[in-house]
Design a protein around this ligand. Structure first.
Ligand code: KIV
Length: 275
Protein backbone atom coordinates (compact mmCIF):
# COMPACT_ATOMS: atom_id res chain seq x y z
CA UNK A 1 0.00 0.00 0.00
CA UNK A 2 2.43 2.68 -1.21
CA UNK A 3 0.20 5.69 -0.51
CA UNK A 4 -1.86 4.42 2.41
CA UNK A 5 -1.22 5.48 5.97
CA UNK A 6 1.77 7.80 6.34
CA UNK A 7 4.85 5.63 6.83
CA UNK A 8 7.11 5.78 9.86
CA UNK A 9 9.86 6.88 7.52
CA UNK A 10 8.00 9.87 6.10
CA UNK A 11 6.40 11.13 9.35
CA UNK A 12 8.49 13.88 10.91
CA UNK A 13 10.33 12.65 13.96
CA UNK A 14 12.30 15.75 14.81
CA UNK A 15 11.96 19.52 14.71
CA UNK A 16 12.67 20.99 11.27
CA UNK A 17 15.07 23.95 11.32
CA UNK A 18 16.63 26.19 8.72
CA UNK A 19 19.85 24.27 9.35
CA UNK A 20 18.20 20.97 8.44
CA UNK A 21 16.80 22.51 5.24
CA UNK A 22 20.25 23.87 4.29
CA UNK A 23 21.70 20.41 4.86
CA UNK A 24 19.06 18.91 2.59
CA UNK A 25 19.97 21.43 -0.13
CA UNK A 26 23.67 20.58 0.25
CA UNK A 27 22.90 16.87 -0.03
CA UNK A 28 20.53 17.29 -2.98
CA UNK A 29 17.55 15.98 -0.99
CA UNK A 30 14.22 17.62 -1.90
CA UNK A 31 12.00 18.98 0.86
CA UNK A 32 8.29 19.66 0.83
CA UNK A 33 6.25 22.73 1.70
CA UNK A 34 2.46 22.97 1.87
CA UNK A 35 0.44 26.17 2.14
CA UNK A 36 -2.28 25.42 4.70
CA UNK A 37 -4.31 27.31 7.21
CA UNK A 38 -5.68 25.25 10.10
CA UNK A 39 -4.79 22.84 12.91
CA UNK A 40 -6.12 19.53 11.49
CA UNK A 41 -4.28 19.98 8.18
CA UNK A 42 -1.13 21.02 10.04
CA UNK A 43 -1.34 17.85 12.13
CA UNK A 44 -1.79 15.74 9.00
CA UNK A 45 1.23 17.42 7.42
CA UNK A 46 3.34 16.41 10.40
CA UNK A 47 2.25 12.78 9.99
CA UNK A 48 3.06 12.96 6.27
CA UNK A 49 6.56 14.36 6.77
CA UNK A 50 5.97 17.86 5.36
CA UNK A 51 9.00 19.91 6.41
CA UNK A 52 7.66 23.45 5.94
CA UNK A 53 4.14 24.81 6.52
CA UNK A 54 3.37 28.08 4.79
CA UNK A 55 0.49 30.00 6.33
CA UNK A 56 0.07 31.85 3.07
CA UNK A 57 -1.93 34.99 2.44
CA UNK A 58 -3.44 32.81 -0.30
CA UNK A 59 -5.94 32.15 2.50
CA UNK A 60 -7.66 35.32 1.30
CA UNK A 61 -8.63 33.44 -1.87
CA UNK A 62 -8.74 29.80 -0.70
CA UNK A 63 -10.56 30.27 2.61
CA UNK A 64 -12.06 33.76 2.74
CA UNK A 65 -13.41 34.07 -0.81
CA UNK A 66 -11.62 37.24 -1.96
CA UNK A 67 -10.43 37.46 -5.57
CA UNK A 68 -6.87 38.36 -4.60
CA UNK A 69 -4.59 38.34 -1.56
CA UNK A 70 -4.70 42.12 -1.21
CA UNK A 71 -7.55 42.37 1.37
CA UNK A 72 -5.84 40.00 3.85
CA UNK A 73 -5.12 41.63 7.23
CA UNK A 74 -2.57 41.09 9.99
CA UNK A 75 -5.34 39.88 12.30
CA UNK A 76 -6.39 37.19 9.81
CA UNK A 77 -2.80 36.04 9.37
CA UNK A 78 -2.21 35.89 13.12
CA UNK A 79 -5.43 33.91 13.68
CA UNK A 80 -4.35 31.29 11.13
CA UNK A 81 -0.69 31.12 12.23
CA UNK A 82 -1.90 30.40 15.76
CA UNK A 83 -4.21 27.64 14.51
CA UNK A 84 -1.47 25.98 12.43
CA UNK A 85 0.95 26.20 15.35
CA UNK A 86 -1.53 24.35 17.60
CA UNK A 87 -1.67 21.48 15.12
CA UNK A 88 2.02 20.87 14.50
CA UNK A 89 5.07 21.13 16.77
CA UNK A 90 7.70 19.76 14.35
CA UNK A 91 7.39 21.43 10.93
CA UNK A 92 8.92 24.83 10.31
CA UNK A 93 6.11 27.41 10.15
CA UNK A 94 6.37 30.34 7.77
CA UNK A 95 3.89 33.21 8.05
CA UNK A 96 3.13 35.48 5.11
CA UNK A 97 3.20 39.20 5.71
CA UNK A 98 0.10 40.79 4.17
CA UNK A 99 -0.04 43.50 1.52
CA UNK A 100 1.53 46.81 2.63
CA UNK A 101 2.55 45.58 6.09
CA UNK A 102 6.26 45.70 5.13
CA UNK A 103 6.30 48.75 2.87
CA UNK A 104 9.01 50.30 5.06
CA UNK A 105 11.66 48.51 7.16
CA UNK A 106 10.04 49.92 10.32
CA UNK A 107 6.60 48.59 9.39
CA UNK A 108 8.21 45.27 8.52
CA UNK A 109 9.88 44.95 11.92
CA UNK A 110 6.75 45.83 13.84
CA UNK A 111 4.50 43.47 11.87
CA UNK A 112 7.01 40.62 11.53
CA UNK A 113 7.34 40.62 15.32
CA UNK A 114 3.58 40.03 15.61
CA UNK A 115 3.66 37.10 13.16
CA UNK A 116 6.58 35.55 15.07
CA UNK A 117 4.81 36.04 18.40
CA UNK A 118 1.78 34.23 16.97
CA UNK A 119 4.00 31.16 16.52
CA UNK A 120 5.75 31.43 13.15
CA UNK A 121 9.43 30.55 12.85
CA UNK A 122 9.95 32.89 9.91
CA UNK A 123 8.13 35.43 7.75
CA UNK A 124 7.68 35.63 3.98
CA UNK A 125 7.82 38.85 1.95
CA UNK A 126 7.14 39.43 -1.76
CA UNK A 127 9.53 41.56 -3.76
CA UNK A 128 13.03 42.08 -5.11
CA UNK A 129 15.94 44.47 -4.69
CA UNK A 130 13.87 47.09 -2.83
CA UNK A 131 13.50 44.62 0.07
CA UNK A 132 17.25 44.21 0.59
CA UNK A 133 17.44 46.66 3.50
CA UNK A 134 14.34 45.18 5.14
CA UNK A 135 15.64 41.62 4.85
CA UNK A 136 18.95 42.64 6.40
CA UNK A 137 17.23 44.49 9.22
CA UNK A 138 14.94 41.55 10.08
CA UNK A 139 17.70 39.00 9.72
CA UNK A 140 20.13 41.00 11.89
CA UNK A 141 17.45 41.14 14.58
CA UNK A 142 16.81 37.39 14.60
CA UNK A 143 13.81 37.09 12.29
CA UNK A 144 14.43 34.61 9.46
CA UNK A 145 13.02 35.68 6.10
CA UNK A 146 11.71 33.81 3.09
CA UNK A 147 11.81 35.98 -0.03
CA UNK A 148 9.30 35.50 -2.86
CA UNK A 149 10.11 36.31 -6.52
CA UNK A 150 8.55 35.70 -9.94
CA UNK A 151 4.77 35.93 -9.79
CA UNK A 152 4.19 37.93 -6.61
CA UNK A 153 0.41 37.87 -6.11
CA UNK A 154 0.28 41.03 -3.97
CA UNK A 155 1.46 42.91 -7.09
CA UNK A 156 -1.20 41.38 -9.35
CA UNK A 157 -2.47 44.82 -10.38
CA UNK A 158 0.99 45.95 -11.40
CA UNK A 159 1.76 42.65 -13.19
CA UNK A 160 -1.50 42.75 -15.14
CA UNK A 161 -2.76 39.39 -13.88
CA UNK A 162 -1.55 36.07 -12.49
CA UNK A 163 0.98 35.36 -15.24
CA UNK A 164 4.37 33.74 -15.74
CA UNK A 165 7.32 36.06 -15.02
CA UNK A 166 10.84 36.07 -16.45
CA UNK A 167 10.18 34.74 -19.94
CA UNK A 168 12.17 37.56 -21.59
CA UNK A 169 15.89 37.54 -20.90
CA UNK A 170 15.93 41.12 -19.58
CA UNK A 171 13.25 40.29 -17.00
CA UNK A 172 14.94 36.99 -16.15
CA UNK A 173 18.21 38.86 -15.46
CA UNK A 174 16.39 41.21 -13.08
CA UNK A 175 14.86 38.30 -11.15
CA UNK A 176 18.22 36.50 -10.95
CA UNK A 177 19.87 39.70 -9.72
CA UNK A 178 17.09 40.26 -7.13
CA UNK A 179 17.64 36.72 -5.84
CA UNK A 180 21.37 37.34 -5.40
CA UNK A 181 20.76 40.64 -3.59
CA UNK A 182 18.25 39.07 -1.17
CA UNK A 183 20.58 36.11 -0.59
CA UNK A 184 23.39 38.54 0.28
CA UNK A 185 21.05 40.53 2.52
CA UNK A 186 20.48 37.42 4.63
CA UNK A 187 17.27 35.81 3.33
CA UNK A 188 17.05 32.16 4.42
CA UNK A 189 14.63 30.71 1.85
CA UNK A 190 13.29 31.82 -1.52
CA UNK A 191 9.92 31.00 -3.10
CA UNK A 192 10.00 31.11 -6.90
CA UNK A 193 6.51 31.26 -8.36
CA UNK A 194 5.63 30.81 -12.04
CA UNK A 195 9.00 31.29 -13.68
CA UNK A 196 10.55 29.29 -16.53
CA UNK A 197 12.35 26.10 -15.43
CA UNK A 198 15.73 27.32 -16.69
CA UNK A 199 15.54 30.54 -14.66
CA UNK A 200 14.61 28.64 -11.47
CA UNK A 201 17.51 26.28 -12.11
CA UNK A 202 19.98 29.17 -12.57
CA UNK A 203 18.75 30.92 -9.42
CA UNK A 204 18.94 27.72 -7.36
CA UNK A 205 22.56 27.28 -8.42
CA UNK A 206 23.43 30.94 -7.82
CA UNK A 207 22.15 31.41 -4.25
CA UNK A 208 23.13 29.79 -0.97
CA UNK A 209 19.57 29.75 0.44
CA UNK A 210 17.28 26.82 -0.49
CA UNK A 211 14.69 27.59 -3.17
CA UNK A 212 11.06 26.45 -3.10
CA UNK A 213 9.31 26.27 -6.46
CA UNK A 214 5.67 26.55 -7.47
CA UNK A 215 5.31 26.45 -11.24
CA UNK A 216 9.11 26.71 -11.43
CA UNK A 217 10.15 23.27 -12.68
CA UNK A 218 11.90 20.36 -11.02
CA UNK A 219 15.28 21.95 -10.29
CA UNK A 220 14.42 23.94 -7.18
CA UNK A 221 15.44 22.54 -3.77
CA UNK A 222 11.80 22.09 -2.72
CA UNK A 223 8.24 22.30 -4.01
CA UNK A 224 5.21 24.00 -2.54
CA UNK A 225 1.52 23.55 -3.36
CA UNK A 226 -1.60 24.96 -1.76
CA UNK A 227 -3.60 22.36 0.19
CA UNK A 228 -6.81 23.28 -1.68
CA UNK A 229 -5.11 22.39 -4.99
CA UNK A 230 -3.69 19.11 -3.62
CA UNK A 231 -7.21 18.12 -2.55
CA UNK A 232 -8.99 19.26 -5.71
CA UNK A 233 -10.94 22.05 -4.02
CA UNK A 234 -10.04 24.72 -6.58
CA UNK A 235 -12.61 25.38 -9.28
CA UNK A 236 -10.10 26.49 -11.91
CA UNK A 237 -6.81 24.97 -10.76
CA UNK A 238 -3.58 26.58 -11.98
CA UNK A 239 -1.50 24.68 -14.56
CA UNK A 240 1.28 24.04 -12.01
CA UNK A 241 -0.98 22.31 -9.48
CA UNK A 242 -2.16 18.72 -9.21
CA UNK A 243 -5.20 17.14 -7.59
CA UNK A 244 -3.57 14.26 -5.68
CA UNK A 245 -6.90 13.11 -4.23
CA UNK A 246 -7.83 11.73 -7.67
CA UNK A 247 -5.23 8.99 -7.33
CA UNK A 248 -5.42 8.46 -3.58
CA UNK A 249 -7.95 6.83 -1.31
CA UNK A 250 -8.38 9.64 1.22
CA UNK A 251 -7.06 13.04 2.32
CA UNK A 252 -4.04 11.78 4.34
CA UNK A 253 -2.93 9.59 1.43
CA UNK A 254 -3.19 12.55 -1.00
CA UNK A 255 -0.81 14.59 1.12
CA UNK A 256 1.42 11.56 1.51
CA UNK A 257 1.51 11.09 -2.27
CA UNK A 258 2.48 14.72 -2.82
CA UNK A 259 5.35 14.29 -0.34
CA UNK A 260 6.55 11.06 -1.96
CA UNK A 261 6.28 12.40 -5.51
CA UNK A 262 8.31 15.51 -4.69
CA UNK A 263 10.90 13.50 -2.84
CA UNK A 264 11.25 11.06 -5.74
CA UNK A 265 11.32 13.75 -8.44
CA UNK A 266 8.01 12.57 -9.92
CA UNK A 267 6.23 15.87 -9.27
CA UNK A 268 6.17 18.30 -11.03
CA UNK A 269 5.78 16.69 -14.44
CA UNK A 270 6.52 18.72 -17.60
CA UNK A 271 2.84 19.62 -17.92
CA UNK A 272 3.01 21.45 -14.57
CA UNK A 273 5.94 23.64 -15.60
CA UNK A 274 6.79 26.56 -17.87
CA UNK A 275 9.54 25.44 -20.23
O1 KIV B 1 0.30 32.58 -0.15
C1 KIV B 1 0.72 31.49 -0.58
O2 KIV B 1 0.13 30.42 -0.38
C2 KIV B 1 1.95 31.51 -1.36
C3 KIV B 1 2.32 30.27 -2.13
C4 KIV B 1 1.45 30.12 -3.31
C5 KIV B 1 3.75 30.22 -2.46
O3 KIV B 1 2.62 32.50 -1.40
Amino acid sequence: MPYGKPTQESALNRVVTLQSLRKMKAEGEKFVTVALYDAPMAAMAKKSGVQVLLVGDSLGMTVLGYDSTIPVTMEQMIYHVEAVKRGNDLSLIMGDMPFMTYATPEDAMKNAARIMQAGAHMVKLEGGEWLGETVKMLSDRGIPVCAHLGLTPQSVNKLGGFRVQGRESEQADIILNDAKILDQAGADLLVLECVPNSLAKDITAAVSMPTIGIGAGRDTDAQVLVINDILGLTEQPPKFSKNFLLESEDIPSSLQKFVEDVRNGIFPEDKHTFG
